[in-house]
Design a protein around this ligand. Structure first.
Ligand SMILES: NC(=O)c1ccc[n+]([C@@H]2O[C@H](COP(=O)([O-])OP(=O)(O)OC[C@H]3O[C@@H](n4cnc5c(N)ncnc54)[C@H](O)[C@@H]3O)[C@@H](O)[C@H]2O)c1
Ligand SMILES: [Zn+2]
Length: 368
């Protein structure tokens, strides 16, 4: 079993990664199950696919499941309120550990509920989607969505432990797996050119379910994320901001498609990373060959790299709503090459709008 430490002083925790880990969850979680009980929050899809395995792995621990509807819509005020009431009814106390068993939606919602319940109680992440295993379960960002946009209300609240069983991915729908893979590639593009080359060579095998490739990708990305979070937990120095590569474009595209299933988050991130590299190439920061190489790999696994929706103006208007926007500028993550991302504070949204309009003229639109 590999263990990656997220080093945050008193809030440090371990991310345990192993194929079949779900089967040992009972032994690992026993010290956290007060009076032999754990409240587990999951969604209908995950519970149908993996609930029986999870319960079997818990051994003697008594599980009290709370099963929510699947989908981004669950990260809402209404679901948060209902969940908090149910946790209170279940008698959850500060010393308890609430288990979030699902993708990023469940992790973000349960993490936020744990942050505010009794002014903060413990929680454990058991991520079941690739996106959640390589990104959202580590680092303590929790949130819900509001009318005004995605993830606008939330808290930094670190889990007490993260248990990753890559075998959970066997039941994840293929499109979701591919979308999560975009976040895997992201780590190579940000700071690890060798890992990007590894993705080029092994991405297809990973997506076909190769256990060794899956494990290597998860271990590499979790170690990278843990290092970033340990250095810049609250995204104040800019180090953690690099993880937003492609995300300013992605969030605008997701908003433009109404956060619907037309464009999954990871698909929008793939497109956003391709755009970030093309934009960087246009500004003379990186070579057009690097930008083409990024797009070629994403396209080779079936991820979108061409603008399906929006005009430059409409997408730039969405970007102006970004949490980090101020005075017509949004910090963008650009790149001086593969593995050489940096934060550029000087990008003017009008320039981005013009760039996006040029993309529409030169690239055939494909739907995600
Ligand atoms: N907190 C962070 O740092 C962070 C980082 C990135 C993304 N996020 C958030 O994560 C969310 C997206 O996460 P996601 O892509 O995991 O979405 P998700 O939780 O909606 O999961 C995707 C779909 O797959 C299903 N599913 C998950 N695991 C499964 C499994 N093993 N078998 C069968 N079905 C399974 C879910 O029911 C859902 O329908 C977004 O809300 C995003 O904002 C948060
Ligand atoms: Zn993301």
């Amino acid at each position: 079993m590999s263990a990656v430490e997220v080093a945050l002083g008193l809030r440090s925790y371990e991310v345990l990664i192993e194929n079949g880990l779900l089967g040992q969850a009972g032994d690992i979680l026993a010290p956290l199950a007060r009076n032999g009980r754990l409240v587990v929050v999951s969604d209908e899809n995950v519970w149908a696919a993996l609930g029986p395995d999870f319960l079997a792995g818990l051994g003697g621990i008594r599980a009290e499941p709370i099963i929510l509807p699947p989908g981004e819509g669950t990260k809402s005020w209404a679901q948060l309120a209902a969940l908090v009431e149910r946790l209170l009814e279940a008698g959850v106390e500060r010393a308890d550990h609430i288990v979030a068993f699902g993708g990023g939606v469940i992790g973000d919602l349960v993490g936020f509920a744990a942050a505010i319940l009794k002014r903060g109680c413990h929680f454990v992440q058991i991520p079941t989607s690739l996106l959640a295993q390589v990104d959202s379960s580590v680092g303590g960002k929790t949130a819900i969505n509001t009318q005004a946009g995605k993830n606008l209300v939330g808290a930094f609240h670190q889990p007490a432990m993260v248990l990753i069983d890559p075998a959970c991915l066997d039941t994840l729908p293929r499109r979701q797996l591919r979308a999560g893979y975009a976040e895997v590639v992201k780590y190579g593009l940000i700071g690890d050119p060798d890992f990007f080359a590894w993705c080029e060579a092994n991405g297809a095998a990973l997506l076909a379910g190769d256990p060794a490739a899956r494990l290597h990708a998860i271990e590499t990305t979790v170690a990278a994320k843990a290092a970033v979070v340990a250095e810049d937990e609250r995204e104040t120095t800019g180090r953690r901001a690099l993880l937003n590569l492609g995300h300013t474009f992605a969030h605008a595209l997701e908003a433009e498609t109404g956060f619907s299933d037309d464009l999954l988050h990871g698909e929008a991130v793939a497109l956003g990373m391709a755009l970030a590299f093309r934009f960087s190439a246009e500004r003379g920061l990186c070579s057009t060959a690097d930008a083409a190489r990024v797009a070629a790999h994403l396209e080779s696994v079936g991820l979108p790299t061409r603008l399906p929706v929006g005009t430059g103006a409409s997408l730039a208007a969405q970007m102006a709503q970004d949490k980090k926007a101020s005075g017509g500028r949004v910090p963008f993550i650009l790149a001086r090459g593969i593995g050489r991302a940096f934060v550029d504070e000087s990008v003017d949204l009008a320039e981005v709008a013009a760039f996006l309009d040029r993309q529409r003229l030169t690239a055939p639109a494909v739907t995600a």
